[in-house]
Design a protein around this ligand. Structure first.
Ligand code: ZN
Length: 126
């Protein structure tokens, strides 16, 4: 029996919305960032999904750059006391980092699916 045809999905769209990279309908995550075992619509096995440290590194670099740059700008512009900076930027750091983590993980997994990326094994040499 032939597999049904699935049109290519947008890496950005499926990643940000947390949808299945093959059908674009099913849920990729079953928790906040825990990847589901299979797609609940098309049945795609998400066993291939291994974003590794990619999302955390990207979140640290991008979020750190944005939040730290903003904190330095606020400090140099208005010179508020330290507790005001901590009160503003500690929650902002959490919001920015947690807000970026799931979409970035979804986009990396969608890109991994599109590129058929996987661990190198000896089967590639045969
Ligand atoms: Zn699916």
């Amino acid at each position: 029996m032939a597999e049904p045809y699935y049109p290519p999905q947008s890496v950005l769209g499926t990643g940000i919305s947390g949808r299945c990279p093959r059908c674009g309908q099913g849920h990729l995550f079953k928790g906040f960032i825990e990847v589901a075992k299979t797609c609940d619509v098309c049945g795609l096995d998400f066993g291939f999904a291994d974003a590794g440290d990619g999302p955390a590194v990207a979140v640290s670099l991008i979020g750190g750059f944005v939040v730290l740059g903003l904190a330095m700008w606020v400090d140099l512009t208005w010179s508020p006391s330290l507790w005001v900076i901590a009160l503003i930027f500690f929650p902002l750091t959490l919001l920015v980092c947690l807000g970026m983590l799931r979409p970035l993980k979804g986009m990396l997994i969608a890109q991994q699916f599109r590129m058929k990326a996987e661990q190198a094994t000896t089967k590639h040499l045969q």
